[in-house]
Design a protein around this ligand. Structure first.
Ligand SMILES: *Cc1c(COP(=O)(O)O)cnc(C)c1O
Length: 384
């Protein structure tokens, strides 16, 4: 695979950094462009929310709050971020909402994706008669589309089984203040097959009509979740145009809440090569950075491609370590052999002092990483 070109504005920002350089660059124009393209592909009237857990940097959250219809949050902390970002619309999910989270959600006027009967009862107590818009999160009988994380059709802590829905709906409608509008059906993460995802959403709409009828309430809201995929290692792409043909029933609001798809391509993680060395026949580029900043490749067990950004500065009075036309493992600064971002990555030329730039790291990068391990300094956060 040819190295992916780094946009000049990103490269320019990286060249400004003091050595040893280590940074995330987030480009707000790229965030807006992705949101606009996705919005244009979705059926008219679809509510587009951004799932904050993919990247909770305040500038990212603010940008996407303005570029979408609102934000989906999964904790009290994310809810506070969403309110601070001025989100016009907020939905909250997650199987472990505390009473404090529920109270904040009611106060914020959020749509609450309720995950169990017990949570319904707690919500009614916390709301104390104040109005709360709710949808029941469902763990459907059948499996959802393929992807890297499966949340339904299998035992998980998420949602309510189909068999329990009539009971849960009856309970919701008997509790004061709760307005049951529909279902939440997030089922998968990182599905690269957009046509299959469109079929999943159509099926979710169809199933929801039947389930609401069986439970005896008018369906007004179906949230099909996120899960739109990003291909980190190949050239496949989730083509949102496949979603445009989805038929949304009259009177029903379709909502989607992608995280990865909206944020990934607007982020670049970059780290300077501190050392270039060969042990037991293998080249290693040792970075000022690593999996404590960008955990995804280690968590998922893949090599994340990078592009070499040449840096001409060389402050030492001795020759610069350099390799040409070979392959290298990009490894981090942690004292563990698992601190690997890429293995056997081809390089035309790489020198100590150059930067490795990892594109598509704007989602589930910094946010999921164990940043305190070994107490190295954090990366710079550069917002364009
Ligand atoms: C994580 C999550 C999302 C976003 O998932 P992506 O795969 O990033 O699109 C959306 N909704 C819920 C409920 C989630 O837990």
């Amino acid at each position: 695979m040819r190295p992916e070109p780094i946009p000049e504005r990103v490269a320019a920002a990286l060249r400004e950094l003091p050595s040893p350089a280590c940074a995330y660059v987030y480009d707000t124009a790229a965030l807006r462009a992705t949101a606009a393209a996705l919005r244009a592909a979705l059926p008219a009237g679809t509510t587009l929310l951004y799932a904050v857990k993919a990247n909770g940097h305040p500038a990212v959250v603010r940008t996407l709050a303005a570029a979408t219809d609102g934000l989906e949050v999964a904790s009290g902390g994310e809810l506070a971020l969403a309110v601070a970002a001025g989100a016009r619309r907020v939905a909250i999910g997650g199987p472990a909402k505390t009473d404090r989270d529920l109270a904040a959600a009611v106060a914020a006027g959020a749509t609450i994706h309720v995950e169990s009967r017990h949570e319904l009862r707690r919500l009614a107590v916390v709301a104390g008669g104040r109005a709360a818009t709710i949808a029941l999160r469902v763990n459907r009988r059948g499996a959802g589309p393929a992807g890297s994380h499966r949340m339904t059709g299998t035992p998980t802590p998420f949602g309510i089984d189909e068999d329990g829905l009539p009971d849960a709906a009856a309970l919701a409608r008997s509790l004061p203040g709760l307005d049951l509008v529909g279902f939440h059906l997030h089922a998968v993460s990182n599905n690269l097959d957009a046509a299959a995802h469109a079929a999943f959403i159509e099926d979710a709409l169809d199933w929801s009509l039947g389930a609401a009828a069986r439970a005896g309430f008018p369906l007004r809201y179906v949230n099909a979740g996120g899960g739109f995929g990003v291909d980190y290692t190949g050239a496949a792409a989730f083509d949102p145009a496949a979603l445009s043909g989805i038929a949304v029933p009259d009177g029903v609001e379709l909502a989607v809440e992608p995280g990865r798809y909206l944020a990934a391509a607007a982020g670049w993680y970059a780290a300077e090569v501190l050392d270039l060395k060969r042990t037991h026949g293998r080249w290693f580029a040792v970075l000022r950075g690593g999996t404590h900043h960008f955990r995804l490749p280690a968590a998922w067990g893949y090599s994340h491609p990078f592009t070499v950004l040449p840096v001409d500065r060389w402050p030492y009075p001795f020759p610069r370590p350099e390799i040409r036309d070979t392959t290298v493992d990009a490894v981090g600064e942690l004292c563990t052999p698992r601190d690997v971002l890429a293995r056997d990555h081809p390089v035309a030329r790489l020198r100590a002092g150059d930067l490795l730039v990892f594109p598509r790291t704007g989602a589930y990068g910094w946010d999921i990483s164990h940043r305190e391990f070994l107490r190295h300094p954090y990366p710079e956060m550069v917002v364009l």
